[in-house]
Design a protein around this ligand. Structure first.
Ligand code: NAD
Length: 490
C-alpha cells in the first residue's frame, strides 16, 4: 500500500488525506500524533492528530457557536446542504473506498459497490425525512396540540473502526438534518475516511463549526468530548464496555445518549429451510473477517439436518480466499490490528482449553500478519465463553436443537440482543420465531436488508435507544408540545 505522511498531510492509495482535526472549518494540527497503519501490510498510513482535552473543548465550543444559526435554518433550509454532501459522496466513491480499504481492510469491491453509496443515501433520506415529518398536530379538549422538534444542540458522535465511514454518516445525517451541530470522534484504528468526510462537508458549503472532526484516542479525546458541557446529545457505536463508560458521563451531565453495541447473534436454520441459501449465508458470516456487529455468529441448526448442513458448510467455508482486500478474488480480509488478532486468538485458545471442539480453522493464517483462519467451534456447553461473548472475528459456533422451542431458547440465551437471522420454509414459523427472538432486528431468509426509516438498535447489552427514521430525528431533538386554546386570536 502506497502511503507517506508527515504531520499535517498524508497520501493514502494515491489520495491526499488530512490527518488533522477539523474544527470550526479549519484544519488544526497537534504536536502529539499517533500512528495509523494499514491492516493488510502494516505500512504507516498517517501520523494522526492526538486530541487533547483542550482540543475537545475547542471542538465542542465550535459546535456550540455554530448551533443557533444552523438550528434556525429549519429542515428545509438544511436539506440542500445534506443533498449536496450526498452528491459529493457519490462523486467521490472511489477516493473514499480506496482510503477506507487501506485503512480498515474492508473489501474494496463492497466499498465501491454499496458501502460508500449507503453513506450518501443516509444524508439524502434524512434530509427528506426531516422536511416531510416536521410537526404533528391534532385537536382535543378544545385545543390544538402541536408537537414540534426543537434541535437539541451540539451532538458528540463516536464511531467504531469496523465501518467508520458508513456508521459516521448513519449518525451524523439525522443529527445534522434535525438541526444539531456535530463533533465526530473517529476510531483511532481507522480514522481517515472521516477526515475525507470533513473535506466534503466543506465542499458542500456547510458553515464552519456545523461539522467538526476531533481525532484521537477514545479514553482521552472521546472521553473528554462526551464530558463537555456544550454537548447535548451523545450517539455512540462500539463495545458494551465503552458504552457503559460513556453512559456514566451521560448520566452525570443528564444528556440523552444512544448506544449501538456488540452482538452475539443467532443464525437459526430449520429443517424446512432452503439449505443452499442457509449454508451460503452462514459461510458468508466470515465476510470482513467476522468484524460485523450484526453477524450471525451462533449457528443453531435443527438436529435432523445437522450432519448435512455441517458437511456443506465446511465445503462452502473452504472456498474463502484470504488476501489483499483490494483484490476481487479476496473474500476474507485481515483483522484490524495486532491487539485484536491476539484477542480473537485468546478466545479460541480458551475455548480449546475448556473442551470446546474446533471443527475448522482455529489458527492464524499464513496469508499475512493479521489473518486468522475462518473458524468453526462446537461448544462443550451453551455456557462456554465462546458462545456467550462477542469475539468480533472469523469465529462461529455451531449447536443443534430438537424443536422450535429449543431453537428460541438457545437464541435468547445470551445477554446480547442485536440481531437474529432465521432460515425457514414456513411463513407461520417465520412469524412465530421472528416474534420470539429477543433482538433489535430479525431477518428471515435474508440478511442486512434495511429500510432506513425502520428503527435500529439492540436490546440487553447490545444497546440503548433506537436510531433510524423518525426515531433518530426524535433523539436529536427536544420534543415540545404546544397547546393553543380554540378561539385564540391575534
Ligand atoms: P470501542 O468501544 O473500543 O470503540 C468505539 C469508539 O469509542 C472509538 O472511536 C473509540 O475511540 C471510542 N472510545 C473508546 N473509549 C472511549 C471512552 N472512554 N469515551 C469515549 N469514547 C471512547 O469499540 P471498537 O472496538 O471500535 O468496535 C467494536 C465494537 O463495536 C464491537 O463490540 C461491535 O459489535 C460494536 N459495533 C456495534 C454496532 C451496532 O450497530 N450495534 C456496529 C458496529 C460495531
Amino acid at each position: 500500500m502506497s502511503a507517506h505522511s508527515t504531520s499535517g498531510s498524508a497520501v493514502v492509495a494515491g489520495h491526499r488525506v488530512s490527518p488533522d482535526h477539523y474544527i470550526a472549518g479549519r484544519r488544526v494540527e497537534t504536536e502529539r500524533r499517533f500512528e495509523d497503519r494499514a491492516p493488510y501490510d502494516r505500512s504507516i498510513l498517517a501520523e494522526v492528530a492526538c486530541g487533547s482535552e483542550e482540543d475537545a473543548r475547542s471542538a465542542a465550543q465550535a459546535a456550540a457557536d455554530a448551533f443557533p444559526a444552523w438550528a434556525a435554518l429549519g429542515p428545509s433550509g438544511r436539506a440542500p446542504y445534506l443533498h449536496r454532501l450526498a452528491d459529493l459522496i457519490d462523486a467521490n466513491v472511489d477516493r473514499l473506498a480506496d482510503v477506507e480499504c487501506d485503512d480498515m481492510a474492508m473489501l474494496l469491491r463492497s466499498l465501491r459497490a454499496r458501502v460508500i453509496a449507503r453513506g450518501a443515501r443516509n444524508y439524502r433520506s434524512y434530509a427528506d425525512l426531516a422536511v416531510a415529518h416536521q410537526e404533528r398536530d391534532w385537536h382535543s379538549n378544545d385545543t390544538w396540540n402541536r408537537v414540534q422538534r426543537m434541535p437539541a444542540g451540539p451532538a458528540a458522535v463516536i464511531t467504531p473502526w469496523n465501518a467508520p465511514f458508513m456508521l459516521s454518516t448513519w449518525k451524523t445525517a439525522p443529527a445534522l438534518a434535525a438541526g444539531c451541530t456535530v463533533v465526530l470522534k473517529p476510531p483511532e484504528w481507522a480514522p481517515l475516511s472521516c477526515s475525507l468526510l470533513a473535506d466534503l462537508t466543506e465542499e458542500a458549503g456547510f458553515p464552519p463549526g456545523v461539522f467538526n472532526v476531533l481525532q484521537g484516542i477514545g479514553e482521552e479525546a472521546g472521553a473528554a468530548l462526551v464530558g463537555r458541557p456544550e454537548i447535548r446529545r451523545i450517539s455512540f457505536t462500539g463495545s458494551p464496555e465503552t458504552g457503559r463508560a460513556i453512559g456514566v458521563t451521560a448520566a452525570r451531565n443528564l444528556v440523552p445518549f444512544t448506544a449501538e453495541l456488540g452482538g452475539k447473534n443467532p443464525l437459526i436454520v430449520f429443517a424446512d429451510a432452503d439449505l443452499d441459501a442457509a449454508v451460503a449465508k452462514a459461510a458468508g458470516q466470515y465476510d470482513d473477517a467476522g468484524q460485523v456487529c450484526l453477524a450471525g455468529t451462533r449457528l443453531l441448526v435443527e438436529e435432523s439436518i445437522a450432519g448435512q448442513f455441517l458437511e456443506r458448510f465446511k465445503e462452502a467455508a473452504s472456498q474463502h480466499v484470504l488476501g489483499d482486500p483490494r483484490d476481487d478474488a479476496t473474500t476474507v480480509s485481515p483483522l484490524i490490528h495486532p491487539d485484536h488478532l491476539a484477542r480473537v486468538e485468546g478466545f479460541v485458545d480458551r475455548a480449546r482449553a475448556v473442551g470446546d471442539r474446533v471443527l475448522i480453522g482455529g489458527e492464524r493464517s499464513d496469508a499475512g500478519e493479521l489473518f486468522y483462519q475462518p473458524t468453526l467451534i462446537e461448544p462443550a456447553s451453551n455456557e462456554t465463553e465462546i458462545v456467550q461473548r462477542e469475539v468480533f472475528g472469523p469465529v462461529l459456533t455451531i449447536q443443534t436443537f430438537a424443536d422450535e422451542a429449543e431453537a428460541v431458547e438457545l437464541a435468547n440465551s445470551t445477554e446480547y440482543g442485536l440481531s437474529g437471522i432465521v432460515y425457514t420454509g414456513s411463513a407461520e414459523r417465520a412469524e412465530r420465531v421472528g416474534r420470539a427472538v429477543r433482538a433489535g432486528t430479525v431477518w428471515v431468509n435474508t440478511f442486512l436488508v434495511r429500510d432506513l426509516t425502520a428503527p435500529f438498535g439492540g436490546t440487553g447489552i447490545s444497546g440503548i435507544g433506537r436510531e433510524g427514521g423518525d426515531y433518530a430525528l426524535d433523539f436529536y431533538s427536544d420534543l415540545k408540545t404546544l397547546q393553543i386554546l380554540d378561539g385564540t386570536t391575534g
